[in-house]
Structures are given as structure tokens and as C-alpha cells.
Design a protein around this ligand. Structure first.
Ligand SMILES: *[C@@H]1O[C@H](CO)[C@@H](O)[C@H](O)[C@H]1NC(C)=O
Ligand SMILES: *[C@@H]1O[C@H](CO)[C@@H](O)[C@H](O)[C@H]1NC(C)=O
Ligand SMILES: *[C@@H]1O[C@H](CO)[C@@H](O)[C@H](O)[C@H]1NC(C)=O
Ligand SMILES: *[C@@H]1O[C@H](CO)[C@@H](O)[C@H](O)[C@H]1NC(C)=O
Ligand SMILES: *[C@@H]1O[C@H](CO)[C@@H](O)[C@H](O)[C@H]1NC(C)=O
Length: 517
């Protein structure tokens, strides 16, 4: 009888000593798609949770949890979509971890589907507790691309597009950063990845506004903005039919602080599937001169901090660095190339006639790309010599050749940025676009994103993004170089070393998975 009584007492004692409650913060946790988030949860009074069972689950899927910890390790029982993405972590730097009752969840590679309620369930021998915490997921989309379309009545129809947002963003039009403009219409679409794309348009009269801006924002206050100076849009009639670029002349004024201009050329390029013969005469085939559409992407600005906009991390770009060399086999005979195939310039005997840029003086990289991202850098200056005035750098479809008489357009699978001395900088859109690029680049970075159909140029010294052309690449493409005629400096392809990876992460997982424990 007595022994039973004692046993009961002991039992009671144990029970009270292991009684705890589960606590989560009252605020919801907010994080970006793709990021790593810590979902906080702990037990109080603090006690060692190593011997407890910890179960994070969602949607009543108690037996198919996000993470399940038992017998001192994370168990292999897991909802498939969370595999390799979860671990137990420290809620804060001060936390003593599991030993102090911190059972916070670390969740990597956040997706839109992760939004919602998470249950934090902790159970001991004879007691358990459970709490819910809400995870909000957001995604800040791409910088809005503004596309001006002059109307017959002299006004301009601006359209603005941006994608990759979550949840649904709000589009606001402003003129001269003061007046809210009413949108004329628009649409929104939800992609397969659950992200929102938005399109909005508004008609603005030239006399009413200088600067038109389109900002796309989330309720959290995060926003991206595109701006365009309406006065800079000047229609000009093309009087010279031999010049293919004149239907629409857009000069972009760089905004003092922003100091950079991005251009996106956007047009469903007609696809050239047939390969052209590799021929010493450097002929371009199948020229078709069509009026193109231009998408103008001004620098994105986030709130007030416009001055930092456009700064790029060159080290990040160099992660995609490729070793590029000149293809000696397919080279204009007027060019000379160094032994190591890295330096190219106009040869001493080459006689350039006419005033146009010598488009025919093309050299190609020996490398061919059909997917992925590729980055290379070109030096355009030598020490104590001013940067080159004449150059043309970009990519071209494998097998393309350049000729004197023909323009090299995206329809013919050429994409480049050209520095044409006093004629300024331009891209080879089917309409002429000149760009104010100051200072003159000494070192140009080129990023080819084949899959996303983008070709971007960077001023490496200034660490600035200059512009991006958007297109669709088909077949294999090769780097394209043209050193122009008459500069002192040659055009030199640099070997950029890939940066050393140093994975520094702030919150290390305590327990990765069962085999770690
Ligand atoms: C999880 O990681 C393992 C080993 O790294 C891998 O084999 C497996 O495919 C991954 N599972 C998922 C769903 O990503
Ligand atoms: C656990 O991690 C080990 C390496 O630490 C890995 O080999 C294994 O695939 C992982 N298992 C799961 C289920 O993620
Ligand atoms: C403005 O352009 C959009 C397409 O971007 C078009 O749907 C809309 O009808 C145009 N509005 C006017 C008044 O031209
Ligand atoms: C969008 O922004 C406008 C102006 O700031 C505001 O009046 C409106 O309530 C917002 N709409 C949503 C859905 O956030
Ligand atoms: C702008 O950026 C600078 C440097 O990154 C930072 O110190 C400053 O607080 C930022 N200002 C705003 C308004 O975000």
C-alpha cells in the first residue's frame, strides 16, 4: 500500500518537473521567396529539449511533418516538398539551442507554397504543447520595363511591365514625382510558379509631364520603379533609307544620381534556323529591315536610395566567367591577332573608307554557347592612353559573318553595343538608340544569359550596369568583337579569375538530418 503511494508521488513529481508550454512570437514571420527563414518556437520554462519529441507540421499533416525530431535526432519521416530544406536552428545568437528549449525551425529555399500556418508541437513523456505561427512569403519582382508608344495625337502611351511578384503588387503611375496618373488599363497574370506579372498602361501628354514613373509595390513597402523622360522621346522621320535605325529616335537622358540607363530590346526576333556557310568573304545573309520595338528599362530604384542603384557586384558576375579567345579561323583579314588569341586590332594595311563604323572588321570568340550564363571582360584602354573610341562588343549566332554593306541586326542574330567615336554609343536595335555612357568604359563586362534571352553590359571599373538587351537566342552563339579602326589601344580579352567561394552563413543549422546527429 505504502509502495503504491510512493510510486504515485514519484510519478506526480516527474510529471510536474517535465511540464512546459510551447511559445511562439505573436508576430507573423515574413521572408522572401528563395531565402532561408527561421520560424521561431521554444518551450518555457527553458529546459533541455534534446530528449523530447519535436514535430513541425502543416495542414493537419501530423504524421507527414515538415520536420520530425525524436530519440535525439531528426527522423527521416518527412513531407516530400520539405526534404533537404529543413533543420533545427537557433532563434537568436543568444539562444542556447535545444539544450535551452529552443526548437526553432530553419527553412531554406522558401517558396510561395510555404506561406501559411506552421504548427510547432513538442511532447515529453507525459506532457505536450503545441502552437501555431504564420509564415508570410513575399517576392519582389523585376524592375518595371517602360515602353513608350507615341500616339497620332502627340500624346504618348506608356506601358509598364514587371514580373515575379508575390503577393499581388500595386502599380502606381506618377508624373514628375508629384502627380498620380490614372492608369488607362492593365492586366495581371499568375504564373505556374504562383508569382504575379503585371501590365499597366497610361496615356500622357507631352505638355503635362517631364518624367513619367511606374512603380510596382507590395504592402510591405518594398517597391521597384521605372522612369522615363517623356521629353526625350523624339520622333524623327528617316530620310536616309540606307540607315536602318531611324524610325524612332530615343535619346535617354541619364538621371544625375542614377547615372545609368538600361535598355531592353524586345521583339520576337524572327528565327534563323538555317546555318550560313562559313565563308571567307564575310557575308551576312538574309537581311530583313524591319521596324523594331524597344523596351526601355530605366534603372530600378528602391525607395529613396536611388544613389546606390546600379552598383553591381563584379565578383558575382565573375562566378560565370568563361575563358574566351579569338577564333583565328573566322577572322576578317584586316585584323591582326596576338599569339595567345586574346588581343585583336586593326591591321596596318587595312584601309577603311567611308564614315560609317567598320562593321565588317569582326572577330568571333572560339567558344560557343547554347545555354546558361557566361561572362567575359574586355579591356579597352592601355595605361596612360585614353580609352578606345571605336569598338563593337556582343554576341552573334555561330556561323554569322559581318559585311561592309549590311547592317547587323538582331533579326540576323547579332546583338551588340557599339562605341562609334563622335557618334556615341548605340545598341543594334532595329531602331537607333543612342546612349549617354559616361565615363567612356575602360573595361567592359559582358554577361550572356542564354536561357533568359538577355545580354548585359557592365562598366567594370565603375561597377555599373550599363544596359541589358532582351531577345531570344536560338542555336549556338559566339562572342563578337570588333576593334574599329584607328585607335591607339587594341581590344584585349581579359582572363578573369573566378572568385574564391567563401560560403559565410549567419545561421548555421544545428542539426541537418538524421545522419548528422
Ligand atoms: C536530398 O539530398 C539528397 C542528397 O544530397 C539527394 O540525393 C536528394 O535527391 C535530395 N532530395 C530532394 C527532394 O531534393
Ligand atoms: C543527410 O546528410 C547527409 C550528409 O550529411 C546526406 O548524405 C544525406 O543524404 C542526408 N539525408 C537526407 C535525408 O537529407
Ligand atoms: C496603350 O498600349 C496598350 C498596350 O501596351 C494597349 O493595350 C492600349 O490599348 C493602348 N492605349 C491606347 C489609348 O492606345
Ligand atoms: C494601391 O496604391 C494606391 C495608392 O497608393 C492605394 O490607394 C491603394 O489602396 C493600393 N491598393 C492596394 C490593393 O494595395
Ligand atoms: C541608403 O544606402 C546607404 C548605404 O547603403 C545607407 O547607409 C542608407 O541608410 C540608405 N538610406 C535609405 C534611406 O535607405
Amino acid at each position: 500500500m505504502l509502495s503504491i503511494f510512493i510510486a504515485l508521488l514519484v510519478n506526480l513529481f516527474i510529471e510536474t518537473s517535465v511540464s512546459f508550454s510551447v511559445v511562439v512570437p505573436r508576430d507573423q514571420t515574413v521572408a522572401h521567396v528563395g531565402s532561408t527563414v527561421t520560424v521561431p518556437c521554444w518551450i518555457t520554462p527553458p529546459e533541455n529539449a534534446e530528449a523530447l519529441e519535436i514535430r513541425w507540421y502543416r495542414h493537419d499533416q501530423f504524421s507527414n511533418p515538415v520536420l520530425f525530431y525524436q530519440h535525439g535526432k531528426i527522423q527521416d519521416v518527412q513531407e516530400e516538398s520539405y526534404r533537404n530544406r529543413t533543420s533545427l536552428t537557433l532563434w537568436s545568437d543568444q539562444s542556447g539551442g535545444l539544450k535551452d528549449g529552443d526548437v526553432s525551425l530553419r527553412l531554406e529555399k522558401l517558396t510561395v507554397q510555404d506561406e501559411g500556418v506552421f504548427h510547432c508541437y513538442v511532447s515529453g513523456e507525459s506532457t505536450y504543447g503545441s502552437e501555431e505561427i504564420v509564415l508570410k512569403v513575399t517576392a519582389v519582382g523585376s524592375a518595371p520595363v517602360l515602353f513608350p508608344q507615341p500616339l497620332d495625337d502627340g500624346r504618348v502611351n506608356f506601358s509598364c511591365r514587371s514580373s515575379g511578384w508575390y503577393p499581388e503588387p500595386n502599380v502606381t503611375w506618377m508624373s514628375d514625382e508629384r502627380t498620380v496618373l490614372r492608369p488607362g488599363g492593365g492586366s495581371r497574370r499568375r504564373g505556374a510558379d504562383e508569382m504575379f506579372s503585371v501590365h499597366s498602361w497610361t496615356v500622357v501628354s507631352r505638355s503635362d509631364a517631364q518624367l513619367v514613373s511606374c512603380s510596382v509595390s507590395l504592402k510591405t513597402g518594398e517597391l521597384k520603379e521605372g522612369r522615363l523622360n517623356i521629353q526625350a522621346i523624339i520622333s524623327s522621320d528617316s530620310s536616309d533609307p540606307s540607315d536602318p535605325w531611324k524610325a524612332l529616335f530615343i535619346t535617354l537622358l541619364s538621371f544625375g544620381l542614377l547615372g545609368l540607363v538600361g535598355l531592353i530590346l524586345y521583339k520576337n526576333r524572327h528565327k534563323l534556323t538555317g546555318k550560313k556557310p562559313a565563308d571567307e568573304n564575310c557575308e551576312c545573309g538574309g537581311m530583313e529591315n524591319r521596324k523594331g520595338y524597344i523596351k526601355v528599362q530605366m534603372s530600378e530604384s528602391t525607395g529613396e536610395n536611388a544613389s546606390v542603384v546600379g552598383d553591381v557586384n563584379i565578383e558575382d558576375l565573375r562566378k560565370h566567367a568563361d575563358q574566351i579567345s579569338i577564333d583565328r579561323e573566322h577572322l576578317h583579314p584586316g585584323l591582326t591577332v596576338s599569339k595567345d588569341c586574346k588581343i585583336v586590332r586593326d591591321g596596318p594595311d587595312y584601309k577603311h573608307t567611308g564614315e560609317r563604323f567598320p562593321y565588317e572588321l569582326c572577330a568571333f570568340g572560339a567558344q560557343r554557347f547554347t545555354s546558361g550564363r557566361h561572362y567575359w571582360e574586355v579591356s579597352l584602354a592601355r595605361e596612360n592612353i585614353a580609352p578606345k573610341n571605336y569598338w563593337l562588343i556582343g554576341v552573334a549566332k555561330d556561323g554569322n559573318f559581318c559585311s561592309k554593306d549590311k547592317s547587323l541586326t538582331p533579326s540576323d542574330s547579332f546583338w551588340f553595343l557599339c562605341s562609334d567615336g563622335p557618334n556615341g554609343f548605340y545598341i543594334n536595335s532595329e531602331t537607333h538608340i543612342t546612349l549617354p555612357l559616361t565615363p567612356r568604359p575602360e573595361q567592359l563586362g559582358v554577361l550572356l544569359d542564354y536561357d533568359d534571352g538577355q545580354l548585359s553590359f557592365y562598366n567594370v571599373k565603375e561597377r555599373k550596369h550599363l544596359l541589358t538587351m532582351r531577345t531570344r537566342f536560338t542555336g549556338s552563339v559566339a562572342p563578337l568583337f570588333n576593334p574599329g579602326v584607328g585607335d591607339l589601344s587594341p581590344l584585349k580579352i581579359l582572363d578573369c579569375p573566378k572568385p574564391v567561394e567563401s560560403p559565410v552563413e549567419s545561421s548555421q543549422p544545428l542539426l541537418g538530418n538524421s545522419s548528422d546527429a
